[in-house]
Design a protein around this ligand. Structure first.
Ligand code: K7E
Ligand code: CUA
Length: 763
């Protein structure tokens, strides 16, 4: 232990010197490396387009569905470096999601029929938009299996809300956002009765089973979905698929696909041909064209019916009021995508080689003229394909999804069967380029490529299979996100990124500079509600309150101790521990757990988190900080003592060590040496314009805090030394040194930051 302390001091003293002394080895040439690693010129070119040097950042940030993991995966483009997993529908231990009280409440919002559902089949993330542009404030994502939508606040990348769809039993087409985020669109996948827990036999499919599309009202100020102000449209049982909101000229309308307008009901066990045959029998399905603005007005006028307490505009009303129309679309389509200028709607027919481009103007003209080719079995007017098509382009086999370029009229469509990306012109209706990629692309994604202002540059192909692409890891393979350069006429494949969370159906990416995440919370914030946490306390106010069998701890975390360090309860007590992280420095997160009680919290600077459990087991349970937050992180510990009922102490002195006057003298010398290091660091920091760097100002505040605490400990060690109490003298001297180490650690970080950011001398 002693030698470790010495090396610490050495490291502190030499840290600054080491920093400057690492250049000068005879470097390998580029040719040497190419030869050694078997790289071609083409590889090098690709590498130079995706490589982001150490310390540099990505231009775009991608938010990928984590598929069945129920999470979101955040990565940078073009580096494809993973930055974060966000727990959404699934507990996420690192972030304490599902292990602390605040996040448990968020997850509880996703309970269905009174039961926890701890996974989700996430498909489509969507950004909040302002005037059709991604604004970087919120992210939404859906759960197909258990029809739910979640809201993630991009100030802290935390999930704030989960809402359960009140009338659906499954969904797929979510989350699509209207151009000013008034509504988040979610559409049914497999038709079922809209009333909850209502049984109708499959023989009554046409009469009693229904599709629907829900418009969730979003309150941007509160950052929450308002279920009471949300509504749905009842739709025929056509297996609705994806949707997109109109924008610009088509704002106020939305478009939803369907893939089984045959209304086929399978049953191979009874000798019926399977769903796959029955659902693709006809040459066309229906695109639903919906005037959601008008529908919202009708709901306000009280024209909706309440089903399960939720506003539903029944088909009869929608037809009568002219808010719902159908247009045939080629066989079993998958994606429907509105062009950035809002004038056209692109539909890819999975089982057709074409993409169909519909003209919004033509659709409106047909509606205005009352020109319909027929009515569907439910009486919904059907506009003819011929009257509304702008063009159709043969792209290849299995077109699925379309994204747009920053250049006018340029679109990219994934070809599932061909395993290709097609670049084409949707104005002129011609193919421009095709790129073969690895197996079976599903979605594809360009930078802000589903907004009014796509940013071009890169495209990511989301491939379902990776087969032989990566080192084998067992029969379950990762999926493969392939990065493609689209800045030139010809597309170039750059990089393969294995995705270890399946199955990431869709990704959205945004210019990194649009995101303005916070580095800390206002002290005492409940991050899940963004409100002051009643369990917060400031330094020195920590307390344990006992009322009957309820024990509530109001504690704090700061390098490197937990206050309180002992919590005593009686078996059977209900224990709530609130912890506030008092740090201001960036990235100084502490974790908190109590052995074997299945609780965990991630307490970022300023946050207050509570964990709750019943102390139902007598015994001794260490609690500690789970983040390696400082050199004395391991010592960031304490004991929960769960005592038997009516237990009385018999021994009252704690175990002691043995310390001498010589030890004390060594301590005092060590303190003086360390102070010299601190003084030199402080000297440097105050000699430059450090006040121009808010991050450094925060570090300096934290360091000053640590040094401020020294005074008290110093008085204590000196008083103890005067009384020749060498144990107390040594321990309080050691504590002074601890404060110094932490201050020096923070100070060195500030110094490095300043040197790297080009701080200027002021003295
Ligand atoms: Cu897999 Cu959008 Cu759910 Cu297509 S979806 S691939
Ligand atoms: Cu705080 Cu480890």
């Amino acid at each position: 232990m002693k030698s470790m302390k010495r090396s610490w001091r050495l490291a502190l003293v030499s840290g600054a010197v080491l920093m400057a002394a690492s250049a000068g080895w005879a470097a390998e040439s580029l040719q040497d490396v190419m030869k050694r690693r078997g790289l071609s010129q083409q590889d090098l070119l690709a590498a130079s387009k995706t490589y982001v040097p150490t310390g540099k950042r990505d231009e775009f940030i991608a938010f990928s569905s984590g598929g069945q993991s129920g999470q979101i995966l955040v990565y940078g483009v073009p580096s494809m470096r993973i930055l974060k997993y966000i727990g959404v529908f699934t507990p996420e231990p690192w972030q304490g999601y599902g292990y602390d009280e605040e996040s448990k409440k968020v997850l509880a919002g996703g309970r269905i029929d009174g039961k926890d559902i701890t996974w989700g089949d996430t498909h489509h993330p969507g950004f909040s938009e302002t005037n059709g542009e991604a604004d970087g404030q919120f992210l939404f994502i859906n759960d197909k299996a258990n029809p739910r939508i979640a809201v993630i606040d991009l100030r802290d990348f935390e999930t704030k809300q989960i809402v359960v769809n009140p009338i659906m039993k499954s969904e797929h087409g979510g989350a699509f956002v209207t151009p000013n985020t008034d509504y988040i669109i979610e559409a049914v996948q497999y038709a079922a009765p809209l009333e909850n827990k209502k049984f109708y036999p499959l023989e009554e499919f046409n009469e009693k089973y229904r599709g629907a599309v829900t418009y969730w009202k979003f309150d941007r100020k509160e950052g929450l979905i308002k279920p009471e102000e949300s509504f749905s449209l009842e739709l025929p049982p056509y297996s609705q698929d994806l949707s997109d909101a109109g924008k610009g000229p088509s704002d106020g309308w939305s478009f939803t696909n369907s893939f089984c307008s045959e209304r086929y009901v399978g049953g191979i066990e009874k000798g019926r041909p399977p769903y796959e045959a029955g659902c693709s029998a006809k040459d066309t399905d229906y695109m639903h064209v919906i005037n959601w603005k008008r529908a919202a007005e009708l709901v306000k006028q009280g024209k909706a019916k309440k089903i399960n307490g939720h506003n539903v505009l029944m088909m009869e009303t929608s037809i009568k009021e002219g808010v719902l129309f159908l247009i045939p679309e080629p066989k079993s389509p998958h994606g429907v995508d509105v062009t950035p200028d809002g004038t056209k709607i692109v539909v890819a027919g999975k089982l057709d080689t074409h993409v169909s481009v519909y003209s919004f103007d033509k659709i409106m003209a047909a509606i205005k003229a009352g020109k319909f080719e027929s009515k569907d079995p439910y009486g919904i007017p059907v506009i003819s394909m011929k009257d509304t098509l702008h063009t159709q382009v043969a792209l290849g086999l299995g077109p699925l999804h379309t994204q747009f370029d920053s250049k006018n009229c340029i679109a990219y469509t994934s070809l599932y069967v061909d395993s290709q990306v097609a670049k084409w012109d949707f104005c002129e209706g011609k193919v421009l380029d095709k790129l073969s990629i690895h197996y079976n692309i599903g979605h594809l994604m360009t930078m802000e490529g589903d907004t009014t202002k796509p940013k071009g540059k890169y495209l990511v192909a989301l491939n379902k299979l990776s087969i032989d692409r990566f080192n084998p890891v067992g029969p379950l393979h990762p999926q493969n996100h392939q990065l493609i350069d689209i800045s030139n006429d010809k597309m170039q494949l750059l990089y393969d990124m294995p995705v270890p969370l399946g199955e990431p159906h869709y990704v959205v990416a945004i210019a990194a500079d649009k995101l303005k995440p916070a580095v800390r919370y206002k002290v005492g914030t409940n991050s899940r509600t963004d409100k002051p946490h009643p369990g917060m306390v400031r330094a020195g106010e920590e307390k344990i309150v006992k009322k009957g069998n309820k024990v509530e701890v109001f504690g704090t975390l700061i390098r490197s101790h937990i206050t309180p360090e002992t919590i005593e309860v009686e078996v059977g007590d209900e224990v709530t521990i609130n912890m506030t992280n008092l740090e201001r420095a960036q990235d100084e997160t502490h974790g908190f757990t109590v052995s074997t009680y299945n609780v965990h919290a991630s307490v970022e600077p300023g946050k207050t988190v509570s964990v709750k459990f019943k102390a139902d087991k007598e015994g001794v349970y260490p609690y500690y900080c789970t983040e390696f937050c400082s050199a004395l992180h391991l010592e960031m510990q304490g004991y929960l003592l769960v005592k038997p009922k009516g237990w009385k102490a018999t021994k009252t002195t704690l175990a002691a060590g043995s310390y001498s006057e010589a030890d004390y003298k060594k301590q005092v010398k060590k303190i003086a040496d360390t102070q010299a290091v601190i003084d030199s660091v402080v000297g440097y920091i105050t000699s430059v314009n450090y006040k121009d760097f808010p991050d450094v100002v925060n570090l300096v505040e934290d360091a000053t805090d640590q040094l401020g605490k020294m005074k008290d400990a110093k008085a204590k060690h000196e008083a103890a030394a005067a009384k020749k109490d060498w144990e107390q003298a040594n321990l309080w001297a050691e504590q002074v040194w601890q404060y110094q180490v932490k201050a020096a650690d923070i100070g060195l970080r500030a110094k490095t930051f300043l040197e790297q950011s080009g701080a200027k001398k002021t003295k």
